[in-house]
Ligand binder design. Structure first.
Ligand SMILES: Nc1ncnc2c1ncn2[C@@H]1O[C@H](COP(=O)(O)OP(=O)(O)OP(=O)(O)O)[C@@H](O)[C@H]1O
Ligand SMILES: [Mg+2]
Length: 149
C-alpha cells in the first residue's frame, strides 16, 4: 500500500512528537503529504445554568497560541523534507479527528498512544482509543518510550 496522505493529530505532547517523527518518515518515503491536525476546546466555565463561553478575546488568544504551536511543529516536519499542511479545529478531539480524516480521505492516521491530559499508566488514552475504534482508515499508534528521552 502507498501511504500518500497521512494525517497526524497532535496535542503537542512528547508522545505526539514521536508520532510526528514516524509520520514524517513515512510521508517522505512515499513522497506523500502530511496533514497536521490539532483540536482545541473553547475556553469555558460552568455555571448552574450551563456552560458559558469565554469572551471573544480569550477565544482569539487560544486560537493564536494554537496557530503558533502548529507552525512550530509544521517547521519540524518540513525540516525532514516533507510537504505539510496544518489544520486547527475547535471541538471534541476524537470527533474532529474522525471528521477531518473523512473529509480529506487520508490513507493513514498516525498518532500517539498517550497525550498530555491522561494518566501514564492507562493502557491507551481515550482519544487514541476512540479513533482506533471508528477511524475510516488504518491507524498507526506510537507509544512514547521514556527510555529514549
Ligand atoms: N486535542 C487533540 N488534537 C489532536 N490530536 C490529539 C488531541 N488529543 C490527543 N490527540 C492525539 O491522540 C494521542 C493520544 O492522546 P490521548 O488524549 O488519547 O491520551 P491522554 O491525553 O494520555 O489521555 P486522555 O486524553 O484520555 O486523558 C496524542 O498523542 C495525539 O496524537
Ligand atoms: Mg488527551
Amino acid at each position: 500500500m502507498d501511504w500518500r496522505k497521512i494525517c497526524c493529530p497532535i496535542d503537542f505532547s512528547d508522545c505526539s512528537k514521536e508520532a510526528l517523527a514516524i509520520a514524517s518518515d513515512l510521508a517522505r518515503r512515499f513522497s506523500g503529504e502530511l496533514l497536521l491536525l490539532h483540536v482545541y476546546q473553547a475556553p469555558s466555565y460552568a455555571l448552574p445554568e450551563g456552560y458559558v463561553l469565554s469572551a471573544p478575546e480569550a477565544l482569539r488568544a487560544v486560537s493564536e497560541d494554537v496557530t503558533r504551536r502548529l507552525n512550530e511543529w509544521e517547521r519540524m516536519a518540513q525540516a525532514q523534507g516533507v510537504a505539510v499542511t496544518t489544520e486547527a479545529r475547535m471541538g471534541v478531539p476524537y470527533a474532529e479527528i474522525i471528521a477531518y480524516a473523512k473529509k480529506i480521505a487520508c490513507d493513514l492516521i498516525v498518532m500517539g498512544t498517550h497525550g498530555r491530559t491522561g494518566l501514564q499508566h492507562a493502557f491507551v488514552g481515550s482519544v487514541a482509543e476512540r479513533v482506533v475504534r471508528i477511524a475510516p482508515c488504518p491507524v498507526l499508534t506510537v507509544r512514547w518510550s521514556q527510555a529514549k528521552h
